[in-house]
Design a protein around this ligand. Structure first.
Ligand code: MRU
Length: 343
C-alpha cells in the first residue's frame, strides 16, 4: 500500500482511462487485495457487493465506470446510456452515485456523445474535486472542536470511503494533527463492521490512538463524559438538513442530544440533494439478512430465525448541531445555497 499523502489520503480507486482497480474492502484488514474491473457491469457489481463503499467513493467509481462503458460501446450512445442507468441503480441511498452519473451524462451531451477521453477527464475532475473538498472540510470541521475533546465516529468515512482524506475521518485526523483531541472512539458498525474493520485500519495507519466500541456502549461512554462530539459522514442530506447515514447514526444523535453533546455531519456538496426537503422521502437500502447472521458467526441460519437489515437511517435536522461541507460549517436552520460560516 502506498504511503499516505496528507492532502490526498491514499487512493483506493485507480483508473488510467482504460482499466479500473479497486482495493477490495470486504477483505480488510486481513488482506489488501486489488481487483481489476473490466467493464461497467463488474463496476456495478463491485458497488453493490461493497468492494467499494462510502458515498463519495461510490460516485467516483461510477464516474470511471462510465468511461469504461464508453470505450466498450464505441459510439453506441443508447447502449452507453442504458449502462449508466443500470450503474445508477447499484445502491439507492447515497445520492453521490446518481449525482456522478448525471455529471457524466451531461459531459457526454455537451461533447455530442460519449467520448471516452473527454469522459475520463470529467471523471478525474470529479475525483480531484472530492480530494479538495475533503481538505476544506477537514479544516472547517476541526475548527469547531475545542482542544481536549473526545469524539465518537460511526461507520467508515476516510480514504476508503472517499477520493481523498475523508469526510468525518478527515476532520478527526485534522483535529488530531492540531492536538485538539484527547480521545477517539469508533463504533464497530454492525453488521458489516465498517468501524471495527475499516476505520480501525485507517486510524492505525494514521497512527491516531483510538478505541473501538460496540454500538450498545455509546450511551455509557457518553454518560461517562468521554465524548464531546459525535462526528459522522452522510449518504444524502436534504435541503432542510435531514441526514441519511449508516444505520445507528440516528441513535447516536438522539443519545448526544440527551447527554448535552454535539453532533457534526461532514459531507461534500455532492451529498446534498436539494430536490428533497424531508428525509422521509429518501429510499433506505435494505440488504440481505444473511449479513446479520454472518456478523453473528452463523454459517447456516437455524429454522425460524428472521432478521431485518436496513443499512441506513434518517437523522432529523433538529438533532444535528453542525453540517460541514467544503463551503464551510453550516448551522441551523440549514441553508446550503449560502456559504458556511465559522462559529
Ligand atoms: O454502506 P456503506 O459502507 O457504503 O455506508 C457508508 C456510510 O454510511 C458513510 O458514513 C457515508 O457514505 C459517508 S462516507 C464519506
Amino acid at each position: 500500500m502506498a504511503k499516505i499523502d496528507e492532502a490526498r489520503g491514499f487512493q483506493v480507486i485507480q483508473c488510467d482511462g482504460h482499466g479500473l482497480r479497486l482495493l477490495d474492502q470486504r477483505l480488510l484488514p486481513g488482506e489488501e487485495r486489488w481487483l481489476d474491473l473490466a467493464d461497467v457491469n463488474e463496476a456495478a457489481a463491485a458497488i453493490r457487493d461493497l468492494v467499494v463503499r462510502g458515498a463519495p467513493a461510490i460516485g467516483i467509481t461510477a464516474a470511471y465506470a462510465a468511461v469504461l462503458a464508453a470505450r466498450q460501446r464505441d459510439g453506441d450512445t443508447a447502449g452507453w446510456r442504458a449502462d449508466l442507468e443500470r450503474l445508477a441503480l447499484a445502491r439507492p441511498t447515497a445520492v453521490n452515485l446518481s449525482w456522478a452519473v448525471a455529471r457524466m451524462r451531461a459531459c457526454a451531451e455537451s461533447a455530442g456523445g460519449p467520448d471516452a477521453d473527454q469522459l475520463y477527464q470529467e471523471a478525474c475532475r470529479i475525483h480531484e474535486e472530492d480530494i479538495a473538498a475533503n481538505r476544506a472540510m477537514a479544516v472547517a470541521g476541526a475548527e469547531q472542536i475545542e482542544p481536549g475533546s473526545g469524539v465518537l465516529t460511526h461507520c467508515n468515512t476516510g480514504s476508503l470511503a472517499t477520493g481523498g482524506i475523508g469526510t468525518a475521518l478527515g476532520v478527526i485526523a485534522e483535529a488530531w494533527r492540531q492536538q485538539r483531541l484527547s480521545r477517539v472512539f469508533a463504533d464497530e458498525t454492525r453488521p458489516w463492521l465498517q468501524g471495527a474493520r475499516l476505520t480501525a485500519w485507517e486510524l492505525a495507519r494514521l497512527k491516531i490512538p483510538f478505541r473501538v466500541i460496540v454500538e450498545g456502549a455509546a450511551a455509557s461512554l457518553m454518560a461517562a463524559g468521554q465524548v464531546d462530539w459525535v462526528v459522522v459522514g452522510a449518504d444524502r442530506i436534504t435541503a432542510r438538513g435531514d441526514v441519511a447515514n449508516k444505520i445507528g447514526t440516528y441513535m447516536l444523535a438522539v443519545l448526544a442530544r440527551h447527554h448535552g453533546l454535539r453532533c457534526m455531519v461532514v459531507a461534500p456538496s455532492s451529498t446534498v440533494d436539494a430536490n428533497l426537503d424531508s428525509g422521509r422521502a429518501i429510499t433506505i437500502e435494505e440488504r440481505d439478512p444473511d449479513e446479520i447472521w454472518g456478523a453473528a458467526g452463523l454459517v447456516s441460519v437455524p429454522e425460524g430465525f428472521a432478521a431485518w437489515n436496513p443499512v441506513f437511517d434518517i437523522t432529523p435536522a433538529e438533532l444535528i448541531d453542525c453540517i460541514v461541507t467544503e463551503q464551510g460549517a453550516h448551522f441551523p436552520p440549514y441553508d446550503f445555497s449560502r456559504p458556511g460560516t465559522a462559529l
